[in-house]
Design a protein. Sequence first.
Length: 237
Amino acid sequence: MADTLLQGKNLNKRFGGVVAVDDVSISIDPLEVKCVIGANGAGKSSLFNLLCGAMKPDSGELVFEGQSIIGLPLYKFSRIGIARKFQIPSVFDSLTVGENLETAILGRMSSAEVASKTADILRQINLGDIQDQPAGSLAHGQKQWLEIGMAIMSNPKLLLLDEPTAGMTPDETQTTAELIHGLAERMAVIAIEHDMGFVRALACHTYVMHQGKMIVEGDFSDIENDKLVRDVYLGRA
Ligand SMILES: Nc1ncnc2c1ncn2[C@@H]1O[C@H](COP(=O)(O)OP(=O)(O)O)[C@@H](O)[C@H]1O
Ligand SMILES: [Mg+2]
């Protein structure tokens, strides 16, 4: 297991009487893409919050590159290489696409480094043609991609995405799946998702959550045909 990038073991998180995350284990290797799906209320965002350091689990282990990271402050999660994008986009509408990316730079860079880094990320998120447009003029899908770009300006080793295709058209959803596979040449990605079309397009190792528990995992093609998953999730959707 020396190659494992992030490992969550027996994670638990309650909110009052609600067990949002119930004994969940999950792991990811460098440059791997994985997905977590589940119906609304399954506990996906709560798990996401535990993995990105926004919340501390009540119990369980969280190990990144062999070191326990439970209880580290949030800024240290980003410093060790865990980046995240929440469900709701929060780009600066009055700044251009390029300027938005520049706001996400951590630490010092020369202006030449800023320019080359920004150009590199613009290419990865397919927004190079519109880097001088104000972010407020972007389509919803483009705003989501811009925010992914902002999250990866710090060269993370792991990118966590909470419902990256929420509100996207089927075409945008497909493009997002391709974009994520491109990102995985440089980093591992865990996408938390509700949308089956996206998970199908992503075609990766998938975990299924239901009522706080991880009930099944496997390749999406197997998950899609799993009787239990169909009953608790697909059947109801
Ligand atoms: N901050 C919170 N305070 C209280 N209850 C919460 C909080 N966050 C999530 N929950 C509850 O935990 C359960 C799982 O929610 P969530 O993790 O948001 O699921 P999902 O992202 O799969 O829709 C739900 O019952 C939700 O109401
Ligand atoms: Mg959620």
